[in-house]
Design a protein around this ligand. Structure first.
Ligand code: WTA
Length: 637
């Protein structure tokens, strides 16, 4: 029988062949790859889909548990290999390692604890934790017993956390006393307490002790992690899951309204994340793979936990930030652990590039074989800096385009195997049928073109729905262009068919790699009693990629705008999180509107970007004089 690694593509020709086969016969293609995993019961049908509903199902009738494939299978073949290497925030603290055997035991023990608390298959469990190994253990323990995990990034506020807990009616919250982030300590339990005051569904709160800071204790609800796992068995029979049962919910911002709880299922997600991990990063058995993301985002789920572990890899997790104690921390970790694959975000690359290269030159980075980028378009300058200073102009760079909704990488080169091109994600992965369309939805045939990116055929790890709101799922992803998945991104294509993603075509702004919908930020601003209306737009920023500017109209003009502006920023921080605070807030007497009353965001974006000469014709606006007022305001900023 073939093994997963028999499907590792090692030449450009084999990539082309695989892609061709995946299009000619997707079912045979994915069926073969899926057969290399452990299934409790084989599937009856590889794929059934109808995107007019929309409905997508893979490996129908198949039964499995993803943790068996991520842990038990490797305990049989390489029990003592490191599954997880954990680097703490403080470089003076010890590295922690979990072999596959250790990780399985820890996951099973925690899973037994969850069961003892009455958590069962299908229950939703919210995880709001720092980047400690226990976060990964909690995630996998949920998967072990079939509970649906919903990880919320620990930078979100109590209001944002409560909204996510309530949306999925979570039965349990797992958190920690606090979190270390660089020289800061974040009071996670306090934030969690504030959230739980608004969440009736949560019966218990498990608290992992990380910072040993003082916290409030609610004896009816709170349980220490170390207390409740004490004495529990470290084996736990995996729940038998249907391939299409939900594995997790992960929230992502939409251009309007509340966050979207993307639901991923067990079978297809496992197959696709493992296949793409192994191929994009060209993982080899001795490699030490490091992705610098947070597990609170999809990159953490797919390419720090599930993909690498399903491939039997060693995945390094880092608790801290690139700047602590100094801006050399990433390189120190690379040298210390002889990291072979390093996967980070353009925003981190740009921030690192601002610091003297001396901070890199002190370290031996010769172990690095692959560099990766994810989360936003990588600009030319950042690409070349990465290539020159970290890759010494010889390490392949993979620019991986994908989304929370896609579950795994859809467009990327395969490191050292397929051609790379600066700032281009390059070619769709095997199984991915991409097309560019124009605004009317007409497919653009010519290779060299610019348009809106769409995907025309299902792949195994596509999110199956938005939790509790299938109508919205249909509306957002399948209504713009009939029969096609619409990711919300624009793209350029070159003569060779390589794609370069140009950015969002909706009202989502990616700030430092975090997706932020402008509507929820406007809602937060409008909650201030002095505010009539507001508009938030993104504009280019040389480190964050994009920054936010808010234009605010007040009921009455006031003397002290500074206090108001800081209150508005605080409100945003409270409702969403500090990441959503706009860099600039301008008080204006009106917003440029069309005669039908629509805010002209395009003009506000140009103004924020200081592209005053590119405003176009503004004479048809309802209130063109506002533009002059804003220009005068910009001059005073
Ligand atoms: C953007 C992150 C250009 C894109 C995995 C997408 C990218 C959104 C790239 C999804 C890339 C992600 N080049 N843009 N390599 N990767 N994006 O859900 O706009 O946090 O739609 O998933 O990030 O962000 P999300």
């Amino acid at each position: 029988m073939k093994q997963l690694y028999d499907y590792q593509l090692k030449t450009n020709e084999s990539f082309r062949e695989a892609h061709k086969k995946s299009i000619e016969n997707p079912q045979a293609f994915w069926g073969e790859i899926a057969s290399t995993f452990k299934w409790q019961q084989p599937w009856e049908e590889v794929l059934r889909y109808d995107w007019s509903v929309p409905k997508t199902a893979w490996f129908l009738g198949g039964k499995l548990n993803i943790t068996e494939n991520c842990l038990d299978c490797h305990v049989v073949t390489h029990p003592d290999k490191d599954a997880l290497i954990w680097e703490p925030n403080d470089p003076n603290d010890a590295t922690v390692r979990y072999t596959y055997k250790d990780l399985l035991s820890a996951v099973c023990q925690f899973a037994n604890g969850l069961k003892n608390q009455g958590i069962k298959k299908g229950d939703r469990v919210c995880i709001y934790m720092p980047m400690v190994p226990e976060l990964t253990i909690a995630v996998l323990a949920c998967a072990r017993i079939g509970a649906i995990h919903s990880v919320v990034f620990a930078g979100f506020s109590s209001t944002a956390l409560a909204a996510r807990i309530n949306d999925a009616s979570c039965a349990l919250l797992i958190t920690s006393d606090g979190a270390f982030r660089g020289n800061k300590t974040v009071p996670l339990k306090d934030i969690a307490d504030q959230a739980l005051a608004q969440c009736e569904s949560v019966k218990k709160c498990f608290v992992f002790q990380r910072t040993f800071q003082e916290i409030n204790w609610n004896p009816r609800k709170d349980i220490w992690w170390h207390d409740f796992i004490e004495g529990l068995a470290d084996t736990c029979t995996p729940a038998i899951m249907d391939a299409e049962d939900p594995l997790f919910i992960l929230y992502t911002s939409g251009s309007t309204g509340k966050p979207k709880g993307m639901v991923h299922s067990c079978g297809g997600y496992m197959v696709y994340t493992a296949y793409t991990f192994m191929n994009v990063f060209q993982y080899q058995p001795e490699d030490i793979y490091w992705c610098t993301a947070d597990i609170g985002w999809i990159t953490g789920h797919s390419y720090m936990i599930y993909g690498p572990l399903a491939c039997g890899a060693t995945s390094l997790h880092f608790e801290g930030v690139p700047s602590y104690p100094k801006w050399n921390r990433f390189w120190e970790i690379c040298e210390k652990h002889k990291v072979t694959q390093f996967y980070t975000a353009p925003t981190a690359i740009r921030a690192l590039a601002k610091h003297p290269t001396k901070l890199i030159e002190d370290y031996d980075l010769s172990s690095l074989k692959v560099l990766g980028s994810v989360g936003e378009p990588i600009n030319e300058e950042a690409w070349h800096w990465y290539d020159t200073h970290i890759g010494y102009n010889e390490t392949p760079i993979v620019d991986t385009w994908w989304q929370t909704e896609t579950g795994g990488i859809l467009i990327s080169s395969l490191a050292g195997v397929t051609p790379q091109k600066p700032t281009y994600a390059t070619l769709p992965m095997p199984g991915i049928q991409a097309a560019l369309v124009d605004n009317e939805g007409k497919v653009i045939i010519e290779n060299e073109a610019e348009g809106i990116l769409t995907i025309n055929y299902p792949w195994p790890s596509i999110a199956r729905t938005i939790y509790g709101d299938h109508e919205r799922y249909k509306e957002v992803y399948f209504s713009a262009f009939e029969g096609r998945y619409f990711p919300g991104d624009g793209a350029l294509r070159d003569v060779d068919g390589n794609y370069r993603i140009t950015g969002r075509v909706d009202d989502v702004v990616i700030v430092s790699g975090h997706n932020l919908g402008t509507a929820p930020i406007e809602n937060a601003i409008n909650a201030h009693p002095a505010v009539v209306e507001s508009a938030v737009v993104g504009y280019p920023h040389d480190i964050k990629g994009n920054a936010l500017m808010a234009y605010v109209i007040l009921y009455e003009s006031i003397e002290d705008n500074a206090t108001l502006i800081s209150e508005v920023r605080e409100e945003i921080s409270k409702q969403i999180g500090p990441i959503a605070k706009p860099d600039r807030v301008m008080v204006v007497s009106g917003l440029p509107k069309t005669r039908s009353g629509k805010i002209m965001r395009r003009i506000l974006r140009k103004l924020a970007a200081n592209e005053i000469d590119q405003l176009g014709d503004i004479s048809t606006l309802l209130n063109p004089e506002i533009v002059d007022e804003i220009i005068a305001g910009l001059a005073k900023e």
